[in-house]
Design a protein around this ligand. Structure first.
Ligand code: ATP
Length: 229
């Protein structure tokens, strides 16, 4: 389980996270929902210890993140982090050199699922194909937890459908996944838990299936209630 307890983050005098607490379980897809600039990426960076926090704590399976945790958790950003002159195959090699948990077989499987070629140069990839390569680089790691920043943002409908298919496949299955979005429509049916963020605090955290069964409400119904009052 990933557990955030009362996390505070300031940039200068601006307090972006004002005591954020929520949990994300293994085997579940947790979606962090909020408008642009509300602090979703900051939360991802804080979980990965890529940015220091000013208060509270973040635990992964009960432990503070340490060097070894990077064989257990990965972050798929919304932009390419590999050098543009690399080919996809070079990026795979880079990951293989860097991570013990790199799974080449799974990378190849995803590459053919997305109909991409190993020889393709990163700089020549479309936005949709960049997102797919990012997804491969993250999901071909045998890690328990995967963080994804806006995996559907700015991507055409067919690519979105392909990515959605990955979410319901064995590639995700038992892992704990946290994704961020400011646009829930595409992924409402894929997520197990919704965490609504606004102005540095969590407004609501709920299990989507329970909400549907017990109160007859979709995630969008709850969003309307919470954000529009
Ligand atoms: N390095 C930084 N220095 C100063 N302010 C920052 C920094 N990074 C983020 N911020 C500010 O923190 C706030 C939250 O940013 P963040 O990127 O986490 O939001 P977000 O919810 O991910 O937005 P989006 O949906 O646009 O990606 C914003 O007001 C942003 O300007």
């Amino acid at each position: 389980m990933i557990e955030l307890k009362n996390v505070i983050k300031k940039f200068g005098r601006k307090e972006v996270l004002k005591g954020v607490s929520f949990t994300a379980e293994k085997g579940e897809i947790t979606c962090l929902i909020g408008i642009n600039g509300v602090g979703k990426t900051t939360i991802m960076n804080a979980i990965m210890a890529l940015t220091p926090i000013n208060g509270g704590s973040i635990l992964i399976d009960g432990e503070k993140i340490h060097k070894g945790s990077y064989e257990k958790i990965t972050f798929i950003p919304d932009a390419m982090t590999m050098p543009p002159n690399m080919r996809i195959n070079d990026a795979f090699q880079f990951m293989a050199d860097f991570y013990d948990c790199w799974n080449q077989e799974r990378a190849n499987e995803m590459l053919s699922f997305f109909k991409l070629q190993k020889e393709d140069r990163i700089s020549n990839l479309s936005k949709g194909n960049t997102a797919k390569v990012n997804l491969i680089l993250g999901l071909a790691l045998d890690v328990d937890y995967v963080l994804m920043d806006e995996p559907f943002s700015g991507i055409d409908i067919f690519s979105r459908e392909q990515i959605a298919e990955v979410f319901t496949s064995h590639l995700i299955e038992d892992r704990g996944v946290i994704i961020t979005t400011h646009e829930i429509n595409d992924i409402e049916h894929l997520i197990d838990k919704a965490v609504l963020l606004d102005d540095g605090i969590i407004l609501k955290e709920f299990n989507t299936e329970e909400m549907r069964e017990e109160e007859g409400k979709s995630v969008i119904d709850v969003l309307r209630e919470v954000y529009r009052g």
